[in-house]
Design a protein around this ligand. Structure first.
Ligand code: HEC
Length: 480
């Protein structure tokens, strides 16, 4: 059985919410809140980014008439904190700059309004509907647009493996991106999409179809063969993920002096998962790039907890799997390939199985953001910093991980982490029948990219303090 999971999201929503955050005053004691005066400001700022035509949510919440029939459901979803979707427990996480959750006061206002019979109030008091950018979310044209090397034809039916496309980085020198945005060419068929910068194996070349041809002349990225047949260029040294897209998420904005490096001489690798629609389709997706406009002081790096950081001094990374009392050492090649070895499988029916990745911090770093990625058995993920003096600090706790919402949590204040600390990513998995998403509790769970297998990817975005960039190319004027 193939279930198409609603992988949904909202960095898009987040960008908007952050830009237009307003303080909503609590209704005076005893006064009954009304839609126009008290509820609309919350709904327009916290819900409409997704609950409007053409967006990810199933219904529109743009007016009293839209909202009224949903009043009871709205109360229940906001009180349970299922809406807006946001996984971080505010009591055990640092403040996030893209936090879209409601304050306690906002939740109380909505609940009181519903309890009072959801009165309309005076239309004259309605706040203006916020404006939403069409096209590129950043609201302006990118400095540079990279397209998939070809327009790809997706057959009407069948299951396609992840399609790989390659093209040479078009820049003569390294460039840094402050903002990146993916726009699928055809949303009907693009299920998810990732863009990486990679090297290709010795002796390989890229053909006119954007395929990788290995030294012996074979296309290693055979279309249709999918994961099994591909050359895993993202496992080669120096590979870096630029960005990924799922519905509702596909924009990545960083601080003005921190950037993602797009190195000259490397290759852009598109990895696209298509879902056939029943008729032949075409797609040519795009990546918009906005270069940093001020000198970039540090490169933004991304690693999983448990993998070594890109520091010059090595350090032993560990994995600790519950129940086995064994520490699993990342294999020798980890420093270069970031591949993990020997992570034990999750036993059948295990309800609270934990896997912890432990990354030693061997040089001072600055941490910017975290993004948990697990699959259907993923239950919770928590980032803990252990400082050199033994003090422990939980910086992000996602107590009920939800596979449908792949959220990146961006720290409001970047966190300085001194050498000698450790970053722990404490993951828990539920392979029991209690987990409603679990397709087969009776099976041992392996590790792979297929959603019926598991993944442990506590992505951490950081820069190394000593790695100051000096020779930065800064684009003052947007290029055509
Ligand atoms: C990031 C996008 C996003 C934001 C922001 C968001 N929603 Fe949703 N909402 C969804 C999606 C997608 C669904 C359907 C899937 C689901 O239920 O998870 C949904 C479902 C719902 C439902 C259940 C509908 C049903 O069929 O029962 C309610 C009620 C709801 N949202 C209310 C709200 C309210 C109120 C807000 C703001 C306070 C809000 N949502 C903010 C995306 C969003």
């Amino acid at each position: 059985m193939k279930r198409v999971l609603p992988v949904l999201l909202g960095t898009l929503a987040v960008a908007f919410v952050a830009a237009t955050r307003v303080q909503t005053a609590a209704p005076a004691a005893g006064a009954v809140p009304t839609f126009s005066k008290d509820v609309a400001p919350i709904v327009f700022n916290k819900c409409v980014s997704c609950h409007r035509p053409g967006e990810v949510a199933p219904m529109t919440l743009m007016s009293y008439d839209d909202v009224r029939p949903w009043a009871k459901a709205i109360k229940s979803k906001v009180v349970s904190r299922e809406m807006p979707p946001w996984g971080a427990d505010p009591d055990h996480s640092l403040k996030m700059r893209n936090d879209r959750s409601l304050s306690r006061q906002q939740i109380e206002t909505i609940a009181a309004w519903v309890d009072a019979g959801a009165p309309r109030g005076n239309d004259a008091e309605l706040p203006p509907m916020p404006k939403f950018a069409e096209g590129w979310t950043a609201g302006r044209e990118p400095d540079y647009v990279l397209e998939m090397p070809i327009e790809f034809s997706i057959p009407a039916e069948g299951e396609l493996g992840v399609q790989m496309f390659y093209a040479k980085v078009p820049f003569a020198e390294d460039r840094f991106a402050e903002t990146l945005e993916i726009r699928p060419g055809n949303r009907a068929v693009v299920h998810h999409l990732g863009v990486f910068v990679v090297d290709i194996p010795e002796g390989a070349r890229i053909d006119e179809q954007g395929r990788l041809i290995t030294r012996d002349g074979k296309p290693s990225t055979d279309r249709g063969e999918g994961l099994a047949g591909r050359a895993d260029t993202t496992a080669l040294p120096g590979a870096n993920k630029l960005l990924s897209w799922v519905p509702g998420r596909g924009v990545d904005t960083h601080r003005s002096d921190i950037g993602k490096r797009i190195p000259a001489g490397k290759y852009i690798n598109w990895q696209v998962h298509y879902n056939p629609t029943g008729k032949p389709e075409k797609d040519r997706s795009k990546l918009g790039i906005w270069f940093n406009k001020v000198p970039v002081t540090h490169e933004l790096l991304i690693r999983q907890a448990g993998d070594p950081l890109a520091t010059t001094k090595g350090g032993l990374s560990l994995y600790r799997a519950e129940g086995k009392e064994v520490e699993y050492t990342a294999d020798e090649t980890t420093t270069t390939t970031r591949r993990r070895s020997k992570t034990p499988n999750i036993p059948p029916y295990a309800e609270d199985w934990s896997l912890t990745g432990i990354t030693p911090v061997t040089e001072d770093i600055t941490l910017y953001a975290m993004s948990p990625h697990m699959h259907l058995r993923g239950k919770s993920l928590r980032w803990v910093i252990v400082y050199p003096d033994g003090r422990e600090q939980t910086i992000l706790d996602v107590p009920r991980f939800d596979f449908n919402w792949q959220i990146e949590y961006e720290l409001e204040q970047p966190l300085k982490i001194p050498a000698g600390s450790k970053i722990l990513g404490i993951g828990k998995y539920d392979n029991s029948p209690k987990n409603k998403w679990n397709p087969s509790p009776n099976l041992e769970v392996y590790w792979s990219e297929q959603s019926w297998d598991e993944m442990y990817q506590p992505f951490t975005l950081y820069s190394v303090d000593s790695q100051v960039l000096s020779d930065m190319t800064v684009t003052k004027e947007p290029r055509q």
